[in-house]
Design a protein around this ligand. Structure first.
Ligand code: NAI
Length: 317
């Protein structure tokens, strides 16, 4: 029996990812939690004729029940960006929300896989790690910042530009999940050559694709549908690992040895994951000069974002 809990399930991402997961054949129970309207969303979804049993939990009094027995917890709770905002601008509100939810996860399902979507991911993942440590249940192999949307965008934009079969395109994206910390490794796509200007424009498009959506929605939020699709892709991989005993590969922002030599504790890269969590941090391989420069620029930014998350938990103890 596999239970997936969605925290922030009544939001733009939450509702859409819940809909996709309701249809997933490997989900037995879908627990939807929010501070508003979770029972409404749950009742609506529960009428769909697929296997997963949907339950709704509203408000903090029902949070423990939503999490009890969860194998995977997905966290899209918090406020999204408005035009002109960076992901870091969300820290003030979302840091506290994520800290509270991480505390409840630690208390109720300390062995679950955590998938953190709430921004700024570069800081919210370190927040969860520090909270889990406080409760003695931190397993760095099971805490993931969801960066799949960066991979999805890279696959889409590069396939469109080069006429590739998008269903067979799987680009590695490393670094963090904000603007110039997002580093698509275009030089590692087999058999594809880019001009210098294509590399620059595709990289910029992938890094700032999120801003494009925020601008187009004009004050009505950020990416929700593509994010839900991406989040569900990531959860699908975890389900394959947990239920079907497979070893899957995915990029994610996690506590990692990959950039440790540069003083960075959390970093996104390709990972191999099985039912117990991360089993391998896939080495970055050879970076082009362009990618190496992006990496060098990314490191100091990530350092600030990570410290901000760690300090937030330390100061609020
Ligand atoms: P939304 O505003 O539509 O939904 C957020 C939901 O969280 C709301 O239903 C709200 O009631 C709920 N919420 C607020 N406080 C809560 C709490 N303490 N406990 C439980 N639920 C709570 O926002 P949207 O568009 O769904 O975005 C959610 C988050 O995902 C934002 O932080 C956004 O920046 C982030 N995001 C992350 C992406 C990624 O690639 N990792 C991509 C796009 C958005």
């Amino acid at each position: 029996m596999v239970k997936v809990a969605i925290l922030g399930a009544a939001g733009g991402i939450g509702q859409s990812i819940s809909l996709i997961l309701k249809k997933h054949p490997l989900v037995d129970e879908l627990a939807l939690y929010d501070i508003v309207n979770a029972p409404g969303v749950a009742t609506d979804l529960s009428h769909i004729n697929t296997k997963a049993k949907v339950t709704g939990y509203n408000g903090v009094k029902e949070l423990d029940a939503a999490l009890t027995g969860a194998d995977i917890v997905v966290v899209p709770a918090g406020v999204p960006r408005k035009p002109g905002m960076t992901r870091d601008d969300l820290f003030k509100i979302n840091a506290g929300i994520v800290k509270g939810l991480a505390t409840a996860i630690a208390k109720n399902c300390p062995k679950a896989f955590s998938c953190i979507i709430s921004n700024p991911v570069n800081s919210t993942v370190p927040i969860c790690a520090e909270v889990y440590k406080t409760y003695g249940c931190y397993n760095p192999k099971k805490l993931f910042g969801v960066t799949t949307l960066d991979v999805v965008r890279a696959n889409t934009f590069v396939s469109e530009c080069k006429g590739l079969d998008v269903s067979k395109t799987d680009i590695t994206v490393i670094g963090g999940h904000s603007g110039t910390t997002i580093i698509p490794l275009l030089s590692q796509i087999p058999g594809v050559n880019f001009t210098e200007s294509q590399i620059k424009s595709l990289t910029q498009h992938i890094q700032f694709g999120g801003d494009e959506v925020v601008k187009a929605k004009n004050g009505k939020g950020s990416a929700t549908l593509s994010m839900a699709y991406a989040g569900a892709l990531f959860v699908d991989k975890l389900l394959n690992a947990i239920v079907l005993n497979k070893t899957v590969t995915a990029c994610s922002y996690v506590e990692s040895p990959i950039a440790k030599a540069d003083g960075i504790r959390f970093f996104s890269s390709a990972l191999k994951i099985d039912k117990n969590g991360i089993v391998e941090y896939v080495p970055l391989g050879k970076l082009s000069e362009f990618e190496q420069n992006l990496y060098n620029e990314c490191i100091p930014q990530l350092k600030v974002n990570i410290e901000k998350g760690v300090n937030f938990v330390a100061q609020s103890k």
